[in-house]
Design a protein. Structure first.
Length: 52
């Protein structure tokens, strides 16, 4: 869903999405993983949404 919105709104092709949107999503999710229960689940979801 995140990739669809960014591709339609910002008119980015898949290469730009792979290198400009996916790494920050994966990094943000990775930083939330060691936190307590609700944040670790949210971090896992954000980290998984970073995979193109």
């Amino acid at each position: 869903m995140v990739f669809y919105v960014t591709s339609v709104v910002f008119k980015m092709d898949f290469d730009h999405l792979t290198y400009q949107v996916a790494p920050p999503l994966m990094a943000a999710g990775f930083l939330c993983l060691p936190l307590h229960e609700p944040f670790s689940i949210i971090g896992t979801a954000v980290h998984q949404s970073g995979y193109p």
